[in-house]
Ligand binder design. Structure first.
Ligand SMILES: N[C@@H](CCC(=O)N[C@@H](CS)C(=O)NCC(=O)O)C(=O)O
Length: 206
């Protein structure tokens, strides 16, 4: 199994973290997305949308979209609940992540730390910042009453939301006023086989 990825990517990290928690072997192939390496003819055959992460299986099939990959890998594991209502709640939070969280927090982090700012991005900064804080408030409210996003169980909803929340300060989000989020982040780091976002031990050797 090959994970096509970009190391700083939270979307890619979701997959790296779950694979590590599950103790699954894989090889990591990294691309520089800032240099457009996901828009080559070869890469577009893996994902016509030109984005990492892509999980390529040994039988030649490829799966794209981080949360779809999480769903696939989590089947039959404790990270995907058995009960229908709880499954729906996992999907609810994963959709929240893709619509209300990632386009704001991840985008600002990418602009600031990787792609660079320009006038057009500067003009969107305040709106994205406000929307990112609104998402963090929704999370804080939930986590002040529950240890995880769905039931009492650490699930792929937590992995999806953790990926960009734990690095939100790189996008100048102040997490100090979100104690429940901080406690939840800390609890995740204490999970057996936890790896951090910079871990590239599965990287393919050139
Ligand atoms: N919805 C997708 C988003 C994937 C995505 O935005 N990937 C970014 C890196 S985090 C990327 O590859 N960007 C390169 C590009 O668009 O050229 C997912 O969750 O996997």
């Amino acid at each position: 199994m090959i994970l096509h990825d970009y190391l700083p990517s939270g979307n890619g990290y979701k997959i790296r973290l779950l694979l590590s928690l599950l103790g699954q072997d894989y090889q990591l192939k990294c691309y520089d997305i800032v240099q457009g390496e996901t828009h080559t003819e070869a890469f577009l055959k893996l994902n016509a949308n030109g984005k990492i992460p892509v999980l390529e299986f040994d039988d030649g099939r490829s799966l794209t979209e981080s949360n779809a990959i999480l769903y696939y890998l989590a089947q039959g594991t404790p990270y995907w609940p058995e009960e229908l209502w709880q499954q729906s709640q996992v999907l609810r939070w994963m959709n929240f992540e893709q619509y209300s969280h990632e386009p704001n927090i991840a985008t600002l982090r990418f602009w600031l730390g990787h792609a660079g700012m320009n006038q057009q991005r500067q003009a969107q900064w305040a709106d994205k910042k406000a929307a990112g804080y609104a998402a963090l408030k929704v999370m804080e409210q939930h986590l002040s009453e529950h240890p995880y996003f769905v039931g009492e169980q650490f699930s792929i909803a937590d992995i999806a939301l953790y990926a960009y929340t734990h690095v939100a300060e790189e996008a100048e989000f102040d997490l100090s006023t979100f104690p429940a989020i901080q406690a939840w982040c800390y609890a995740i780091t204490q999970t057996t086989n936890y790896v951090d976002i910079t871990d590239d031990s599965a990287r393919l050797k050139p």
